[in-house]
Design a protein around this ligand. Sequence first.
Ligand SMILES: Cc1cc2nc3c(=O)[nH]c(=O)nc-3n(C[C@H](O)[C@H](O)[C@H](O)COP(=O)(O)OP(=O)(O)OC[C@H]3O[C@@H](n4cnc5c(N)ncnc54)[C@H](O)[C@@H]3O)c2cc1C
Ligand SMILES: NC(=O)c1ccc[n+]([C@@H]2O[C@H](COP(=O)([O-])OP(=O)(O)OC[C@H]3O[C@@H](n4cnc5c(N)ncnc54)[C@H](O)[C@@H]3O)[C@@H](O)[C@H]2O)c1
Length: 450
Amino acid sequence: MSAYDFDLIVIGAGTGGNGVARMTAAAGWKVASIDSLPYGGTCALRGCDPKKMLVAVTEGVDWAQNLKGKGLEAQISVDWPDMMAFKRSFTDAMPRRIETGLEKAGVATLHGDARFTGPDTIELNGESLRARHFHIATGARPMTLNIPGEELLITSTDFLDLPERPDRVVFVGGGFIAMEFAHIAKRAGASEVTVLEMMERPLGNFDPDLVTMLVEATAELGVALRTEAKVLKVEKQGGELAVSVETPGGIKVVTCDTVVHATGRVPNIDGLNLAAAGVEHGPRGIKVNASMRTTNPNIFAAGDCADSGPNLTPVSAYEGRIAAKNLLAGHDERSVSYPPIPSVVFTLPMVATVGLSETAAREKGLKFDTHFEKTQGWYSSLRVGAKWTGYKILVERETGRILGAHLMGPGAEEQINLFAMAMGAGLTANQIKAVIFAYPSYASDIGSMV
Ligand SMILES: Cc1cc2nc3c(=O)[nH]c(=O)nc-3n(C[C@H](O)[C@H](O)[C@H](O)COP(=O)(O)OP(=O)(O)OC[C@H]3O[C@@H](n4cnc5c(N)ncnc54)[C@H](O)[C@@H]3O)c2cc1C
Ligand SMILES: NC(=O)c1ccc[n+]([C@@H]2O[C@H](COP(=O)([O-])OP(=O)(O)OC[C@H]3O[C@@H](n4cnc5c(N)ncnc54)[C@H](O)[C@@H]3O)[C@@H](O)[C@H]2O)c1
């Protein structure tokens, strides 16, 4: 009889963990999966999926507004409790569906907070479990701000569960979460929505010209977006909350009824006692090599908890696949080799990006042409009344290769995937121009952008 309880224990039942559990169980390994929360992880239960259901509802508001006076007269309003019920119709069913799926795949599904007690042992609910291998996919958590009144902030998870619509809401930070959720809150009818970003502009990783357009669109929507605004403290003042902000013009105070944490997420590894397992970590997460192996050769890690690729769902799934292949091979057979990774901010208008920014391409010494245009006059924008649309494509001079694509407006979330595919396949601008796309469609604009 084996001294081990399992061949593999996967800690974390999100996208970075579940694929690994399934692939190894399918190969005949004795596998357990553990989560301290209902199965499914951030994306399915507290992130991308529920968020985009709220975006789907508020898209109705945007659509009606854009086509007002163009034949669509009824103006739409959001019923927040109904929208939340719609979201729950998906999220409530997911944990059971995901857990049952794993069980059917032969994975033992366990619940509780796992903590290492040795290089091949964890403690779970007071019991010790030994495994030949571990895979850590414990995700990320909101960073600690270390400001007075931090406990008064709600998280993105809380926001996605608010039973009633917040009316006067402040977002601390101006990244993905703040911009997406501020658009949702405002279109859902919140009277005062404020975004406080400490840098000179929000969404620091996105193209500055397109972000400038998004800032204008956000102001037109009625969201107060303040930059160079660093949040210092939050206090209760009577029945409301007072947020103190350091600005170039001195300390300002914004009052509201809800303050949302949106200053970034950090690896969720504090409670794992990684030292006991000989697993090293830094500020960006668990140290992994290109095979997703940690400093303990029998332990792998993937997704938001690892110091690897960007913290996005498809990246965590990809890293998990690499880890699973190497676990099964018994040696480092596969390395991560990230293809161009597209990323979308689901505001309305959306902003999407893949590949290099202009600054990064210049820093690399590449010679390229920048195709930048605002496209509110293009047919694709006119027919849906979209005002804030545009693109910036970087085309390498000598090769015609696409170095980076940055898009804004309806259709951007799908166009960007076509750019990612074209870039991954090494297609040149002329080859993209030669593709026949169905017309009229957003994809059919791509040939004119390159
Ligand atoms: C609000 C929001 C919106 C997002 N929107 C998008 C989007 O639109 N597109 C996109 O690509 N990405 C999005 N992301 C990012 C995406 O959700 C993450 O990159 C992805 O879910 C990471 O997957 P993971 O498996 O690494 O971690 P997770 O899915 O977070 O899974 C980690 C799991 O580990 C469990 N766990 C942690 N510690 C322990 C322990 N000690 N013992 C047992 N279990 C433990 C947790 O309970 C959790 O279920 C969003 C994130 C947020 C917060
Ligand atoms: N569409 C998507 O793909 C999507 C959507 C939501 C979240 N996510 C994931 O979740 C992560 C976390 O999102 P997020 O929006 O919290 O982080 P983020 O890293 O996108 O943005 C955080 C912002 O907060 C600012 N900030 C930091 N401290 C501040 C302070 N004290 N006062 C004011 N501003 C401050 C930063 O300058 C930065 O612009 C993202 O990095 C991403 O990995 C992805």
